[in-house]
Design a protein around this ligand. Sequence first.
Ligand SMILES: CC(C)(COP(=O)(O)OP(=O)(O)OC[C@H]1O[C@@H](n2cnc3c(N)ncnc32)[C@H](O)[C@@H]1OP(=O)(O)O)[C@@H](O)C(=O)NCCC(=O)NCCS
Length: 187
Amino acid sequence: MSSEERGDRGTDLTDSLLRQQDSLHKNGSARTVPLTCSREMSLKDTAAVAAIGAHSSQSPWDEKSVLTYFLREDTLFVVEEEPGTGLIGFAALLMTPPESDVLDIVVEESRRGRGIGTKLLDALCDQALLRGVDTVFLEVRPSNAPARRVYEKLGFEETGIRKNYYTDPAEDAITMVRRRNIIFTNR
Ligand SMILES: CC(C)(COP(=O)(O)OP(=O)(O)OC[C@H]1O[C@@H](n2cnc3c(N)ncnc32)[C@H](O)[C@@H]1OP(=O)(O)O)[C@@H](O)C(=O)NCCC(=O)NCCS
């Protein structure tokens, strides 16, 4: 996929979610239900993704790094958008089909604990599956209980420990993997 194609996507889903909220409102349902949408990142999201990292990640990428990763053909970014607010999270994958590695996943601090991180990573893995990626590897700090819970909820399994993997602060990494089956059909 070219960078031009990547830059063109991503505005329609927000409109669609706003229409869903209006429809809920008209039907008497609570308009305050937090509806967010997962979609692939586009070029115009670069600054917002860097800002989320700067506010909420332990080792954030600056805008140039986000752009460099985004423009690579072997990466996949999914963002979470909240209508009326903007981006509130992102997740990124480095793909070497049929395998891949999670590069990062970050949800804005004020939006955590509502299932958004789980939704984001699930959407990322689904998009990767469409590109022939059925195996997702990742590393996580043993002390990062919320992230470990997200991975556990999505069926990732622990495969081992990488000694002294992290710095600032120094910590081992738990390595994890999730394998899925790609089902090919004629239709
Ligand atoms: C990891 C992260 C993306 C999760 O996002 P999130 O939107 O809070 O994720 P979810 O709400 O889907 O799930 C979080 C789970 O952790 C649980 N949790 C939160 N704090 C916890 C703690 N201290 N101990 C145990 N579980 C905890 C939540 O209860 C929830 O589980 P539940 O659904 O069973 O109740 C977010 O915490 C984050 O951005 N962290 C900073 C960046 C980071 O560490 N990324 C991971 C790099 S490996």
